[in-house]
Design a binder for this molecule. Structure first.
Ligand code: HEM
Length: 135
């Protein structure tokens, strides 16, 4: 993705946390309901901590699409924790994550539009493809 596209995604991400919007809370409200197998995985989760970690994780996705070296490094950590040997998240489950994040962005970013929808899909698909390879 080029610099202008990444800048648009970063601005959208920032807007999603201001003026009473909380992208990550909205995301978890949607994601946990998106498939019956998902909520049970988070029964023991400390959500105050998890929300910070996911915000960081989405930053990793953006950096990775930007071609920043650290983006790959932090995606490696998520790849390992979610692989078959650890949380065992099958690559098929990522579609729920993707759809939930897109819905949460639409609710949280007041300037969300078709262009941003496609830019975010690019960022999300690139990150998910990388993580899925390490399953
Ligand atoms: C590509 C999208 C995803 C990203 C960026 C992501 C990111 C993260 C991050 C940053 C953490 C906390 C750090 C860690 O434990 O590694 C985490 C934990 C977790 N994720 Fe994901 N995740 C994704 C998709 C999923 C999906 C699809 C599921 C389940 C269907 C899932 C289930 C979990 C679970 C069960 C935990 C542990 C929660 C706990 O500590 O109690 N993740 N994820």
């Amino acid at each position: 993705m080029d610099k202008d596209q990444i800048r648009k995604v970063k601005r959208s991400f920032s807007r999603s946390f201001i003026g009473g919007n909380d992208l990550i809370q909205t995301f978890y409200d949607i994601f946990l309901q998106s498939h019956p197998s998902i909520a049970p995985l988070f029964e023991e989760t400390d959500f105050a901590q998890q929300k910070l970690l996911l915000r960081q994780g989405i930053n990793c996705f953006i950096m990775f699409s930007e071609g920043v070296y650290a983006g790959g490094f932090c995606l490696d950590e998520i790849t390992i924790s979610h692989n078959k040997k650890h949380y065992n998240i099958h690559p098929n489950a990522y579609v729920y994550w993707k759809e939930s994040l897109l819905k949460a962005l639409e609710k949280s970013d007041p300037q969300f539009d078709q262009e941003l929808y496609h830019l975010w899909i690019d960022v999300i698909d690139t990150g998910i493809a990388y993580i899925s390879k390490g399953y």
